[in-house]
Design a protein around this ligand. Structure first.
Ligand SMILES: Nc1ncnc2c1ncn2[C@@H]1O[C@H](COP(=O)(O)OP(=O)(O)OP(=O)(O)O)[C@@H](O)[C@H]1O
Length: 337
């Protein structure tokens, strides 16, 4: 185990007219250096909020209410990212921790050529003026070839590129300063399925070559299932399960994960065998007593989970580093045989 990030009891709130929404509720999880990690969950489950907590980009009406995010830097330091000032965090953004998100294509300035984006990004962080423009452009061309784009697009404007090309350009740009962690929040959602797979394949190759830690936030289990080492499952702001992908997919220990896995369509099997999870996630301002998934859970008819006393705040290790919030995980696992 070589953790790059240790997230401890992270709580992030949004103040709304109707009350305070806890969009990230007591999340505790460790991410290992060099892993590809997938965080999955339905819309509104808190994936983007968790990403913005790590990136320290939570803005009003949101605020980080409590918790720690310990980042182990490549040179052996341990830093609580939440204790850093905006200025101090800026030293790590791009150089150590970087991001690509769904609407990332809009971050390209329409009035600048692609090469100017690379030069500006490098110059902004190269305070010692170590690199010449020529060196930056050589590196940019190498990164563009990694994302399977030709060097000539350095002379293009963003509007001359397709959506998929823009997203690949952003990925290349995000790797410019050789970060050791990249957070990808729905990086392919706005793209067609073929382009999505193409970009996932590119990211897989980059990971193979660089060993960079990748954290994918997505609602699309089928897209990331084949690339990730570990999966975290979010529901109503909580991390309800975390473990190695094969365990979480094949032997889930939370009935929400079990439901998700049975709901995901596959090209290979009979679509009529897929079963949507009954009901909807609750409103975060009106959470049910006990387990938040209780009203939708196939075990709940046994009346096990609606008590306020039930411990659904601490994840338990069910073996093989698989963690779950469900105290009745053995019953969930029995369903998988
Ligand atoms: N700026 C905001 N103001 C108020 N509530 C917010 C804000 N941003 C997020 N939330 C609330 O926080 C909860 C989690 O949202 P978040 O965007 O993190 O979910 P998500 O899992 O990333 O969803 P999606 O896949 O749709 O992006 C939601 O209930 C959402 O309404």
């Amino acid at each position: 185990m070589d953790p790059i990030l240790e997230i401890k009891n992270l709580c992030i709130d949004f103040k709304t007219n109707r009350g305070i929404i806890r969009a990230c509720d007591d999340v505790t999880v460790n991410f290992n250096r060099g892993d590809i990690i997938g965080i999955i969950g339905e819309s509104g489950s808190g994936k983007t909020t968790l990403a913005s907590g790590i990136l320290k980009t939570v803005r009003a009406p949101g605020r980080i209410a409590s918790g720690e995010i310990l980042y182990h830097t490549p040179n052996g330091e341990t830093i609580d990212l939440l204790k850093l000032s905006e200025h101090e965090y800026a030293k790590h953004r791009w150089t150590n921790i970087t991001t690509v998100f769904q609407a990332a294509q809009n971050v390209l300035n329409p009035t600048l050529k692609i090469k100017e984006h690379f030069i500006e990004t490098a110059m902004a962080h190269d305070t010692d003026k170590k690199f010449t423009k020529k060196q930056i452009l050589e590196k940019a061309a190498m990164l563009l070839s990694q994302v399977r784009l030709e060097e000539r697009i350095l002379n293009s404007y963003p509007h001359q590129l397709s959506g998929g090309m823009k997203q690949r350009t952003i990925i290349a740009l995000s790797l410019l300063l050789e970060p050791d962690m990249i957070i990808l929040d729905e990086p392919t959602t706005a793209l067609d399925v073929i382009t999505q797979w193409y970009i996932i394949d590119i990211l897989r190759k980059i990971h193979e070559e660089t060993g960079i830690t990748m954290i994918f936030m997505t609602h699309d289990v089928s897209i990331i299932g084949s690339v990730v080492d570990r999966i975290g499952v979010m529901y109503c702001g909580q991390m309800v399960e975390y473990g190695k992908v094969e365990d979480v997919f094949l032997k889930p220990s939370h009935s929400y994960t079990y439901g998700l896995m049975n709901a995901v369509p596959s090209l290979k099997d009979d679509i009529t065998k897929r079963k949507a999870i009954a009901g909807y996630p609750p409103n975060l301002l009106e959470l049910p007593k006990g387990c938040r998934f209780g009203p939708r859970c196939f075990l709940s008819k046994e009346g096990l989970c609606q008590s306020e006393e039930i411990n659904i705040t601490d994840m338990v290790d069910v073996g093989n580093e698989q963690l779950t919030l469900c105290p009745h995980w053995k019953k969930v696992k029995e369903q998988c045989h």
